[in-house]
Design a protein around this ligand. Sequence first.
Ligand SMILES: C[S@@+](CC[C@H](N)C(=O)[O-])C[C@H]1O[C@@H](n2cnc3c(N)ncnc32)[C@H](O)[C@@H]1O
Length: 277
Amino acid sequence: MQTSDEIYKFFSDYIFEHTGIEYKEHDYYRLDSRITTLIKNFEVQNSQELYEICKAKIDPTLQNLLIDLFTNNETYFMRDLKPFKALARSVIPKLKKENSSIDKLNIWCCASSTGQEIYSVKMAVDAFGQEEYKDSFKINASDISVEALERAKRAIYTGLEVQRGLPAQFLIKYFEKMEKEKTWSIKKTLKENTNFFYFNLLHDEFPREMYNIILCRNVLIYQSQKNKKKIIKNLYKALKPGGYLLFGAGESMIGMDSKFKTMEIEKTWFYQKDLAA
Ligand SMILES: C[S@@+](CC[C@H](N)C(=O)[O-])C[C@H]1O[C@@H](n2cnc3c(N)ncnc32)[C@H](O)[C@@H]1O
């Protein structure tokens, strides 16, 4: 039985309202595998039966399941590499010198998915940075997907996941092989000074001037222009004066009409909040 446009629209409207992620009509085919997973999960015969259940009531458990399924959690270690080197060698040392009175810089990975980005920052500072900056920051990691956050906290990765982007010497140095399950666990020292929490970039209240660095990578590409502008405004608010925002490699501030100053550091574009803001 084919899924009707009414059913596709129901799920795409729900996801748009709760996450800001847009599935337009020409993207409906991308909902198919997710709808099939839900059909299996609910042990129903087809999308019409599934639709009847979801239309009747979406409780918080089902809401989390829908969000986990319909978000794209694609990520990998050392994604784009250059930004991590720039953070480790330039941005973190510069900010730490400018803020010598504070014990640790406050970094926010605001769409951290399953955690590869968080641990990449930590590995990069350890591998490419100077000794004195290794313990100079803490990471706050959030995501809208509860399942992705749980995985980030657990920090256990499959053989396939550690093969993507991670140099072999990093695997040996920062992971422990869990013999039975053929998985790899991040070493305990790399998990220290990390705080995990649920945060919806579209609907939750942003803190004021809390973070020195925000990584908001490969998440705004899925948002409409209007939502992007709203989130960027809020990220500006959440940064301390002089703080830096980092996007994914394919993302930019073009057309966003923001107050950020754009600068290139080690071949990576960073967006800085004015010191006098
Ligand atoms: C493609 S992943 C990017 C992960 C990582 N930042 C990277 O660049 O590798 C996008 C993440 O954004 C999260 N996300 C999508 N919409 C969100 C929202 N409204 N608020 C918070 N996180 C959201 C998804 O759950 C997903 O984990």
